[in-house]
Design a protein around this ligand. Structure first.
Ligand code: BJ8
Length: 426
């Protein structure tokens, strides 16, 4: 089938057409090299291959269509933004481009060079005119998680309206009250933007859709506990990445179809790798699409990633919003409680995260942990010390990695990861 020409739409969105063509070529090639060369992939991954191939085409067209019907599109960078409230009023929540080394020259005109790659990336995507998602959004929602992000949002706001939610840094009762206030204020912002009221009925529906998405991803995650794992870490990561921008209902169905196939594989003992392959838990900073660098190195070095202790992984799918509440007030409280459990490294103290990592190692029968922090990400690079100490006490091997989105250190990282895997194999 001939590919549709989306250039008129990209032009209308104000994208830099030449740069965008180059970006799609590079990404298309990277996808072929990293994803399509994997062996024994589940058939159900074909849907996700299609979604990736149309990420800047069909999906953007869908967003423009929904806007024409009077619905709003809200772009986000963090799993703290409560999707339920957006879904309640027929809105669409999309994760914005932040996972590739793009527009660095433009980003460095407004940000210091030693800024985390994720922040530089979203700024670069916007300033270079290469992210169709931000162009198709009615509003961007930021959050005061780390210092880099919160200061960068002030600059981003000069180019695109950015509403910032205040995220507390501790988890006392006082912090919960602050967070509840933020959720209420965000609800009002969504109502003002859309001109629609959030009610108990529509919020119930929003909660159900967001939970169904998490349930489907939890099912996928649970299947990776099988030995041998029926799906590669790269493919599972891709599904988790796509969760941030695909149509939720279509996505839920595709993940459940994939899980049906994986269940069959598990029953028959079919895996993507042979028994005895080291099983690795990757923990740390989130990997936004198309950041596949670390799992690619791990899985081409003779190991498999069985779980991600990350916001593109367990951290954002583990907890559901309680569904039994009836009144609007009760539902808001359930949302407050659910999001307050997220154990991002921007919190202090953050013992929950350390406990979760140990639990995940046990649940997934991981042989070791690779702790990944984006270079210059203070919360995760500093917290890596506590993670290492905790794992050492439990006798769990861990490798600490700090890197950015560039490819210059791939050889060096591969050498370190291979040495770690040698040690894990014993
Ligand atoms: S809840 S992890 S998605 S903030 S990597 S920009 S922390 S300097 S992304 Fe995150 Fe929300 Fe937390 Fe999750 Fe800052 Fe670190 Fe960069 Fe980061």
């Amino acid at each position: 089938m001939e590919k549709k020409d989306y250039r008129p739409m990209w032009k209308e969105l104000g994208l830099n057409l030449e740069g965008h063509d180059q970006l799609l070529n590079v990404l298309g090639q990277a996808y072929k090299d990293i994803y399509m060369k994997q062996e024994n992939r589940p058939r159900g991954m074909q849907y996700f291959d299609f979604v990736i191939s149309e990420a800047h085409g069909l999906r953007i067209e869908e967003l423009m269509e929904t806007r024409k019907k009077g619905n709003k599109v809200i772009g986000t960078f963090c799993v703290y933004v409560p999707e339920e409230l957006i879904l309640a009023v027929g809105g669409t929540c999309v994760g914005l481009c932040a996972g590739a080394e793009i527009g660095i020259d433009e980003a460095e005109k407004v940000l210091p060079r030693n800024t985390c790659a994720l922040i530089k990336s979203f700024m670069g995507f916007k300033l270079a005119g290469l992210c169709p998602y931000i162009q198709a959004s009615d509003l961007v929602v930021g959050e005061t998680t780390c210092d880099g992000k919160k200061k960068a949002y002030e600059i981003l706001n000069d180019y695109k309206e950015t509403y910032v939610m205040e995220i507390p840094q501790m988890k006392t009762e006082r912090d919960r009250a602050l967070w509840r206030g933020e959720i209420i204020q965000f609800k009002e912002k969504v109502e003002e933007l859309t001109g629609r009221k959030i009610t108990a009925e529509n919020l119930k529906e929003g909660i159900k859709i967001a939970n169904d998405k998490r349930r489907a991803l939890q099912r996928l995650s649970a299947l990776r506990k099988a030995i041998p794992s029926p799906i590669s870490g790269l493919d599972a990561l891709l599904v988790n990445q796509i969760a941030f921008y695909d149509d939720p209902l279509r996505f839920i169905k595709a993940v459940n179809d994939l899980c049906d196939e994986l269940e069959e594989r598990v029953k028959k003992g079919i895996g993507v790798i042979k028994n005895g392959t080291p099983r690795i838990l990757v923990s740390g900073s989130p990997m936004a699409v198309p950041n596949w660098k670390i799992p690619f190195i791990i899985e081409t070095s003779g190991a498999i990633v069985v779980a991600e202790e990350s916001c593109v992984g367990e951290r954002s799918t583990r907890d559901l919003v309680e569904e039994s509440r009836e009144t609007l007030e009760e539902m808001i409280d359930a949302i407050v409680d659910r999001y307050f459990k997220i154990d991002c490294a921007c919190f202090t103290p953050n013992q929950e995260r350390l406990d979760h990592i140990v639990d995940l190692v046990k649940e997934f029968k991981a042989d070791g942990v690779i702790h990944y922090s984006i270079q210059f990400c203070t919360p995760y690079t500093v917290e890596a010390y506590k993670v290492e100490k905790t794992l050492q006490q439990k006798g769990i091997p861990m490798l600490k990695i700090e890197t950015d989105y560039g490819m210059e250190d791939v050889g060096q990282l591969k050498t370190r990861i291979e040495a770690f895997l040698e040690m894990v194999r014993g």
